[in-house]
Design a protein around this ligand. Structure first.
Ligand code: FAD
Ligand code: E1W
Length: 452
């Protein structure tokens, strides 16, 4: 008898998990609140993109989808920094082109994953939003777009229904999950830079563009169609500039003229985009528990929504899906044990990437200009070149390895403390004996893992 899995949410994580479980012989059905994006076109038809790093790519490889996704992705070699005054400059993410991240279309990736899930044998149901669950009876209540409700017998309930998870709310009725939501206090708005009339791209296409401005910033990711999706991150309330102090497109345009003039000049639909696109809210979600016995489990954003400043939310959710598929197929008759082990293995990593993502906002917004930070980056580059077996930057561990996030965070703290001690009382790198510094780090820390 094959095991029956009922996945709630056919977003990025739900559709990948459906594929992985169906490929492992599970009987999989998926319920998604929204209509099928392959029929109706993706919500709003806007091209929103996401950064895919090694963890996400590795998960797609396991599903046999990595090559197809890469064909529809834009390589990003580094961050292209646009200072308020001064030259635009590219800061490479990795050592060479084997260490790059990719910009992929959220809608395009979701469609590809839905097709893969169906091909693997999963049954997908759209316009079917979860509104309640009876865990003892093993039934769920679903509502169609018309609001009509129906009951359905459920298998293992796997909640991939995102940050506002309805399955999480239903689980809370039976068990206190220890939910805590920490709003960042900053929101975001998505804007667009279209391709130039003559074709090509308005800016360097193989980079993630950043406009750091202290308490706020803009970023832009390239799309294969030649356009860029621009995202402004800004405080929601408080003194100028905040979303509250930019009531309309005219006020926003004046703000952009002062702060992001080069980008604004390339945004012909700025006023319409500003008026039409809502301000998104950003928060971190922490739970003490992710599962209800062997009946229901949360994963992806439903379990651990994070702020987007490391570009790791989807990557982390994809890692979840791989780990859960492995644990469930290893012990298909003991879901309680599989769920408990999943929580034990993944929770420390979710907490680590949550912390690193908040820290990266601060670093992105203002760190780029801070002399102390620049000096540390110089030292980090020197140590990377001298002792690659013992020193690896925080960014390269998170983005280009599948080492557990908790390991990356702990290692970064050790490295950072050592660099702080080495730089103490110094203002320039040439004051430091690099050979001695490298030897000190090498003897203080165990070697890094050798696997990628
Ligand atoms: P979602 O993608 O939210 O999918 C949830 C699905 O469940 C949706 O299809 C929804 O319709 C459905 N659903 C909701 N409620 C119900 C219900 N009651 N019943 C049935 N279905 C339901 N991550 C990265 O890795 N890289 C990035 O560059 C990146 N950039 C980001 C930028 C921004 C501005 C934001 C906000 C996030 C970013 N992320 C990024 C994070 C990423 O978007 C999420 O981590 C990822 O989408 C989580 O996938 P998920 O499947 O868990 O949830
Ligand atoms: C990435 C939304 C988003 C997505 C990202 C990143 C950032 C800033 C943001 C982190 C980064 C790719 N980052 N970029 N440069 N330094 N850190 O690497 O995904 Cl805001």
């Amino acid at each position: 008898m094959s095991k029956h899995a009922t996945i709630i949410g056919a977003g990025l994580v739900g559709s990948l998990l459906a594929t992985l479980l169906a490929q492992r012989g599970f009987e999989v059905e998926v319920f998604e609140r929204r209509p099928d994006p392959r029929v109706q076109g993706f919500l709003g038809g806007r091209s929103i993109n996401l950064a895919l790093a090694e963890r996400g790519l590795n998960a797609l490889r396991q599903a046999g989808l990595a090559d197809t996704v890469l064909q529809h992705a834009m390589m990003m070699r580094g961050r292209m920094v646009h200072p308020l005054d001064g030259e635009v400059n590219l800061q490479r993410y990795g050592l060479d082109d084997s260490e790059v991240i990719r910009s992929v279309s959220r809608g395009g990736l979701n469609i590809l994953l839905l097709d893969a899930a169906e091909q693997a044998g999963a049954r997908l149901h759209f316009d079917a939003g979860l509104v309640g669950a009876d865990f003892d009876a093993g039934t769920i209540t679903l509502a169609g777009a018309d609001g009509v409700q129906r009951q359905h017998a459920a298998g293992l309930l796997l909640g991939c229904d995102g940050a506002g998870s309805a399955l999480r709310a239903a689980m809370q009725q039976s068990l206190n999950l220890g939910e805590r939501i920490e709003p960042l206090g900053h929101g975001y708005k998505e804007l667009e830079i279209p391709p130039p009339y003559a074709g090509g791209f308005a800016f360097e296409p193989n980079a993630l563009h950043i406009w750091p401005r202290g308490n706020y910033m803009c970023i832009a990711l390239p799309n294969t169609e030649g356009n860029f999706t621009v995202t402004l991150f800004l405080p929601g309330e408080g003194s100028y500039p905040s979303f509250a102090t930019l009531p309309d497109a005219t006020a926003a345009r004046e703000f952009f003229e002062q702060q992001f003039a080069d980008a604004l000049a390339l945004m012909p639909t700025f006023d319409e985009d500003w008026a039409a696109h809502p301000v998104g809210q950003l928060a971190t979600l922490y739970l003490d528990r992710w599962h209800l016995g062997g009946q229901a489990l949360l994963l992806g954003d439903a379990a651990h929504a994070i702020v987007p400043f490391h570009g790791q939310g989807m990557n982390a959710g994809f890692e979840d899906a791989v780990e859960l598929a492995r644990l469930l197929s290893a012990q298909p008759d003991d879901a309680t044990a599989a769920f408990a082990e999943f929580e034990m293995l993944r929770k420390p990593n979710a907490d680590a990437i949550a912390a690193m993502s908040i820290a990266n906002y601060i670093e992105m917004r203002d760190g780029v200009a801070d002399p102390r930070y620049l000096l540390k980056r110089e030292l980090a580059a020197a140590l990377t070149a001298r002792i690659p077996t013992h020193f690896r930057s925080h960014y390269r561990m998170v983005s280009f390895t599948t080492w557990p996030y908790a390991y990356c965070n702990a290692r970064d703290r050790q490295q950072d403390a050592l660099m702080g001690a080495l730089l103490d009382g110094h203002a320039r790198l040439d004051e430091i004996n690099l050979a001695a510094a490298a030897e000190r780090v090498r003897s203080a820390l165990p070697a890094l893992p050798t696997d990628p």
